[in-house]
Every structure is written in structure tokens, then in C-alpha cells.
Ligand binder design. Sequence first.
Ligand SMILES: Nc1ncnc2c1ncn2[C@@H]1O[C@H](COP(=O)(O)OP(=O)(O)OP(=O)(O)O)[C@@H](O)[C@H]1O
Length: 266
Amino acid sequence: MLETKRKEKSILTFPADREIALETNNLQVYYGDNHAMQDASLQFPRYSITALIGASGSGKSTYLRSLNRMNDGIARVDGEIMYRGLDVNADEVDIYQMRRRIGMVFQRPNPFAKSIYNNISFPLREMGIKDKSKIDGIVESSLKQAALWDEVKDDLKRSALALSGGQQQRLCIARSLAMSPDILLMDEPASALDPISTHKLEMTLNDLKEQYTIIIVTHSMEQASRLSDYTAFMHMGKIVEFDTTENIFTNPAVKLTEDYVSGNFG
Ligand SMILES: Nc1ncnc2c1ncn2[C@@H]1O[C@H](COP(=O)(O)OP(=O)(O)OP(=O)(O)O)[C@@H](O)[C@H]1O
């Protein structure tokens, strides 16, 4: 019943010109006997922000982390994760290369204990880029894209650890962007930030969706409704509903979604 509804809605949700950046088909994630994610099938439209919402323990991080195989060695993952015609889960996939295309920003900023410049240049050198002017160009462009350049350009040698939490998070975004990803996965990236830094981060993400596909886990309903184009609501390891954010928040198809977004849950 739900499936049929969703298929009908998906025709409305995805205009023919909206390309799909990533999709999962019947994704299952098991932590031992705990079947933490069940039959997750979703398509993420390119150049848009999709929010994953749901109560604590509903499986949002589990699902997100599976998308670039952060659950390898932690959980068993079955089903397909299709990216550019390739199953991300296939044995032959080079995980490090794949993660350059499908990058991740974590809940707490995790800069290296290095200078601002070296936070970005170090991974580039590891990738084999040696040309200093090329590296300088990437450092500048990724810091600009992450809306941090103006705040740090005069002292790139400063330790990243001396930046504020919000600046550190934007530096981590810049570090991901320097890898030229297609997709950015974000697990509650604003949860450790104050309201002003959160606002800056949201403005940054809003600009980034012109060039990247962003999938973000958030506990904040306000953030999901402000920021995202699409929203998936999860409950007890299942995707209950996926639609435009507007529909999820104003006209959800499923009662459970309505209860959750209106705060009448539990
Ligand atoms: N590393 C792990 N090992 C074992 N079980 C885990 C692990 N991570 C998550 N789980 C289990 O998987 C289920 C989903 O957890 P998950 O963290 O994905 O939910 P969530 O919706 O992201 O929650 P939260 O909003 O609290 O972060 C829970 O039952 C949790 O206990």
C-alpha cells in the first residue's frame, strides 16, 4: 500500500530532467542479529539537499554511513548502492577512490592537528599532487567554496585547532571539497555548533548544492525544512516516506510521518 503511494508520488517528485546521483535498492544493514536497516530503497536527486530525519535509533547514521562504506568491518551490508552504474558495495571497488567521490563530514569537526593550509594540502599530496601552485589553487578554491577563505586567508599557517568549532567544520568541508567529490554525506554536521555558526554552515550548504549532491542527517526539523529539497523519514530501521521537503512537512502521505513532523510522536 505504502509502496504504491510512493511510486505514484515519485513521478511527481522527480521531473525527467532531475538526474539521480546515488540510489540504494533494498539495502539491508545488520549489526550481528540486529537488522538495523531494512529494505531501504531511495534515489537521491543530483544537485539537491536530501535530509534524513527520524527519532534516535531509527537508523539514519547507519544508512548514511553505508553509502560510502563506513560500515565496512562494523556491520554486514546487503543490497545495492548504485553510483554511476557501479555498485559501491562490490568487492572490486577501490574504497579510497570511491570516498573521494562520495565524501563524508562528521558530527564533530575533525581537522588534523596541522595548519589550515596543510589540512587541505596533505591529502592532496597523499593523492600524488606535487605541484605547489596547483595545490595553492585548490586550497584557495575549496576554502572559498566552504565560505571560510575570507576568515583565514591572512594566516593559513595557523593551526586548524585554533579555529572555532564552526570554522573547523567549514575547514572539514573544504578538505572534502578539495577531493572533487560528487556527493557529500553529512552526519549532523551542525550539532556541535552555535546558532550563528549553524546559520553560516547552512548558507554554505545552500550554495554548495549548485555543484554537489548533499545528503544530511539532522535531528532538527527546522534545519531539514529550511535547508533540504527532499526529506526521507525513517522509523525503526525503515524508510517510511520520501518526498519533497515541502510535502513531507505540509502534506505527508503517511500518518506516522505526520505525527513525527508535528511533534505528536510516541
Ligand atoms: N556500531 C554499532 N554497533 C552495533 N549496533 C549499532 C551500531 N551503530 C548503531 N547501532 C544500532 O543500530 C540502530 C540504528 O542506530 P543509528 O545510530 O543508525 O540510528 P540514528 O537514527 O542515527 O540515531 P541517532 O539519531 O541517535 O544518531 C540502533 O539500534 C543502534 O543501537
